[in-house]
Design a protein around this ligand. Structure first.
Ligand code: TYD
Length: 134
């Protein structure tokens, strides 16, 4: 599976660090929505869905968490633990997020507004749709 990591350039000086996110530049799409998860319980596992068309970039701006990514044939686990590390999640990728550190702030940039109709929340349906090439 081709996992696209985005190494974000950090502008650091004696005052600290700064990272800028720009659409169609270091973020490879128009940014329509930003959301973030925080105070996630230690034993919580969330996600459990794929998107039909949505693309996203996830960044653990603080703390760490893990992503299980599944394209229907292969599964891979990715750890996000640095604010300069972006993870591109293409459409039709099943994802589960887990192992959130207590301080984790997981920020997600998306190329579309929230639309429940774009979700595939049933794993068997996801596999069936991948296999049928829908
Ligand atoms: P949910 O889809 O359950 O999160 P995840 O799949 O990451 O575990 O979303 C939790 C709630 O937040 C749900 O009521 C829908 C709402 N929500 C929005 O209103 N806008 C958004 O952009 C997102 C991602 C979720």
């Amino acid at each position: 599976m081709d996992i696209k990591h985005i190494q974000l350039k950090s502008c650091g000086d004696e005052r600290g660090s700064l990272i800028a996110l720009e659409e169609k530049s270091n973020i490879p799409f128009e940014i329509k929505r930003v959301y973030y998860m925080f105070k996630t319980g230690e034993d919580v596992r969330r996600g459990f869905h794929a998107h039909k068309t949505l693309k996203q970039v996830a960044i653990a701006v603080r703390g760490s968490c893990k992503f299980l990514l599944d394209d229907g044939t292969e599964q891979i686990t990715v750890t996000l633990d640095h604010p300069a590390q972006g993870l591109l999640i293409e459409s039709f990728m099943w994802r589960e997020m887990f192992d959130f550190s207590p301080d984790c702030v997981l920020m997600v940039l998306a190329d579309q507004l929230y639309d429940e109709a774009d979700y595939v929340r049933n794993y068997d349906q996801f596999i069936a749709q991948v296999q049928s090439g829908e």
